[in-house]
Ligand binder design. Sequence first.
Ligand code: FES
Length: 80
Amino acid sequence: MAIRRGDDVYVYVNSCPHLGTPLDFTPGRFLSLDKTHIVCATHGALFRIGDGYCVSGPCAGKSLQTAPFKIHDGFILLSD
Ligand code: FES
């Protein structure tokens, strides 16, 4: 999943470090209501957008897995 905040883009694997379930409530919906954190739909863990670090919930202290990417012509391309 990819989140853009201003000119910055953050790309993470859509898998919670707690149980490995997808993070989104509904397809493509990843953010808390106040849009300050990524939230896991299963048990409500909160992750910082900028580095994927879990600040609250059963996986506190763990982080989302980043996905390497590059931006080309306005498209986010996952890379190896
Ligand atoms: S599966 Fe994400 S907090 Fe439990």
